[in-house]
Design a protein around this ligand. Sequence first.
Ligand code: IPM
Ligand code: MG
Length: 371
Amino acid sequence: MAAKKAKILILGGDGIGPEVMDESVRVLEKSLEGSGLKLDYEKDLAGGCSIDQHGIPLAPETLKKAKKADAVLLGAVGGPKWDALPHEKRPEQALLGLRSGLKLFANLRPAKILPALVTASSLKEDVVGGIDLLVVRELTGGIYFGKPRGIKDLKSKDQGPKSKKGFNTEVYTTTEIDRILRSAFDAARVRRKKVTSVDKANILESSILWRETATALGKDYPDVTLEHMYVDNCAMQLVRNPKQFDVIVTTNLFGDILSDEAAMLTGSIGMLPSASLGAKKNRLGFAQGMYEPVHGSAPDIAGKGIANPLATILSCALMVRYSLGRDNVAVRLEKAVEKALEDGFRCGDIFEEGKIKVGTKEMAEKVMERL
Ligand code: IPM
Ligand code: MG
């Protein structure tokens, strides 16, 4: 088969985003040597840098480019500079705009503890050792997008003249629930075949429907064990006995919260990648997707060359796996990251006594040497 060129849109974003992205792309390029796969990169702005340039967090042309790309790599968005802006103008809106504009309804957030990092977790080694779970978060629905929403003045006299109300709506259709559950079941099939569907069905109607839909769909996957868990219990179980989990599937908001918790079990949120996928296939015949580290823009360390690039490198690996269809290259990248850690190299966020402290560029080089 003739080598195909895949189009990748790079949105470095704000803070440490661009620096970890530049280094990760160097590693990615190196990992593709000899694979026959060539990537065409285009760079654009998203988040605060786009606000500075265009006055809006995501320009329509940028979204257009994203739609045409085979995959999007995103660094991180946001920072104190833009914190005072009204919510619809904040950098975070770029993320939401990309997620909904590209219809990326499934957000995969793996949390796997690497043997070399087991002591970096704030939990005991015997609790976290061997964790390998995947949070599948619904990404284009729920309270993040539900209507009605807003802040309104209250007219009623008894509330006082200045009283207001803020409101959002948690809404899920069976179509939305069905497709995210399918993503979770499919993921579980190639893992340990267990799905934990997380909801608040003791209180919320949207969750009652979620649970009913999940249960019905479970019949299509007799080889996968389905269990249901309330979100508060899940938050507790994650720190009590995280090894019970294989795939956790949940709503947009619950997934936002639980994925941060799951990330921290592994010792550093700076280590974790994510993939956002929809139903659309790219020109290579694989899923069009957006890939980003779970961590934020860390403005306090931006521009210092010390940020940990591993989550972005691992996000590139996910892109290679899901959007470029080269599982072998993805595995090679992931192994090289593990090897660099085993050999003692650490960025500041996961540094421990007795290890070798390296900066962003050096860490990328250590990974490249091990490819
Ligand atoms: C995440 C982030 C975003 C979210 C913010 C930055 C909009 O917390 O990707 O988890 O809430 O989805
Ligand atoms: Mg979050």
